[in-house]
Design a protein around this ligand. Structure first.
Ligand SMILES: *Cc1c(COP(=O)(O)O)cnc(C)c1O
Length: 373
């Protein structure tokens, strides 16, 4: 639902205190946009249902950290909740409040866990589930009163989690976690590390026979039932990413960025374009300047060699990507006019390969200037 009207009204109240009334504060005025992120809700629910089915007897949860990988966590949790998701994962405590309008705190697990007593108390106060990652966090959680929690076991990534040798420590035994996790470091490749992590996880999690177990991220789900346990934690693949070939052709694209054409100009042979003039027109051509730049996650590595789409036809990028703008050669698009919209290619595996960015980076660097529609 679009809540722009309500937002504007709220803003008007604040503005009134410090500023004179302006036309822009009229409650009926729509804020014009030049950058849109079209989110395909059907594709998002399709991807979750597919990953849930591929998880076999296990249930699929959803990683919605980092604003659902940049797509907008509030929209994502509503779609995922309606599709059947019951367990959501965020990284930071700060990520919880916007979600509480749509899902209960008890459905949210916080992967970073409580790093201090304020965070442990916050978790207790709202009823969110902390993921305990260390003996220090275990003590903090118990000191705050303890209760329902998850336990992350580090099985070789050496990033976050309790070492297998420490799961028998009294601090950990006292926790009584009802969910035990570990995270795969290299499930998107075919390397022996993945199977090694699986057997370490089997052994270490056996200490907690009453807890549900969870190991697989998106790539892990593609590895089959051995990796699924009771709960899987897809992120990337929900949002259109394809971390393993097994998922190719099954996962649907969820996000389509679109951008407005600001200006069209005629270039003569020898004319230069953009910062540092890295492009010189080899012949006369028509160039369109559009309203997307590296501040919107359209990083410089998506510049020359990449393109934007006009009715499915690629218009090559010329010159350097600026903060707010990029220029394309639109000589072949006779019917393109200032104010028209172009599609930004966002087939994640393909763009990742062409731009040297990962599919994760392409999603999570999408900026804040998009209107999500
Ligand atoms: C981010 C994250 C996930 C999701 O991983 P994807 O590769 O995006 O599917 C799952 N578990 C943990 C612990 C994570 O940090």
């Amino acid at each position: 639902m679009w809540r722009g009207g309500a937002c504007l009204r709220a803003r008007r109240v604040i503005l009134k205190k410090s500023m004179p009334e302006t036309a822009d504060s009229s409650p009926s005025l729509n804020v014009p946009d030049a950058l849109r992120l079209r989110i395909d809700r059907d594709a998002l629910s399709h991807n979750w249902r597919l990953l849930d089915e591929m998880s076999g007897a296990a249930q699929a949860g959803a990683a919605v950290k980092a604003d659902a990988y940049g797509l907008g966590a509030e929209l994502a949790v509503q779609v995922l909740r309606d599709a059947g998701t019951q367990q959501f994962f965020v990284a930071h405590w700060r990520e919880i409040p916007p979600l509480l309008a749509h899902i209960p705190a008890s459905a949210i697990a916080v992967l970073h866990g409580p790093a201090n007593s304020a965070q442990a108390e916050y978790a207790r106060a709202i009823g969110a589930r902390p993921v305990i990652n260390s003996l220090h966090q275990a003590r903090l959680w118990q000191a705050a009163g303890g209760g329902t929690c998850a336990l992350m076991i580090d099985t070789g990534m050496n990033r976050l989690g309790v070492e297998p040798a420490l799961v028998t420590a009294p601090e950990i035994a006292a926790l009584k976690p009802d969910l035990v996790l570990s995270h795969l470091a290299s499930a998107d490749e075919d390397v022996p590390q993945t199977a090694a992590q699986l057997s370490l996880f089997r052994a270490a999690s056996a200490e907690f026979p009453n807890a549900r177990r969870s190991l697989a991220n998106s790539a892990g789900i593609a590895l089959g039932p051995d990796y699924a346990f009771d709960l899987t934690r897809p992120g990337l693949a929900l949002y259109g990413g394809t971390p393993r070939a097994e998922l190719a052709g099954l996962i649907r694209q969820v996000a389509v960025p679109q951008v407005e054409v600001l200006q069209i100009r005629q270039l003569a042979a020898g004319d230069k374009v953009g910062y540092n003039a890295i492009f010189t027109a080899p012949h006369a051509l028509k160039a369109a300047t559009v309203a997307i730049g590296y501040a919107d996650g359209f990083l410089r590595s998506r510049g020359p060699g990449g393109g934007l789409l006009h009715q499915g036809v690629a218009l090559p990028i010329i010159g350097r990507v600026s903060m707010d703008m990029v220029v394309v050669d639109c000589s072949m698009a006779d019917d393109l006019h200032e104010g028209d919209w172009l599609d930004v290619p966002f087939d994640l595996p393909r763009i990742a390969e062409a731009s040297t960015l990962t599919q994760y980076e392409l999603l999570t660097t999408l900026g804040r200037r998009f209107t999500r529609v």
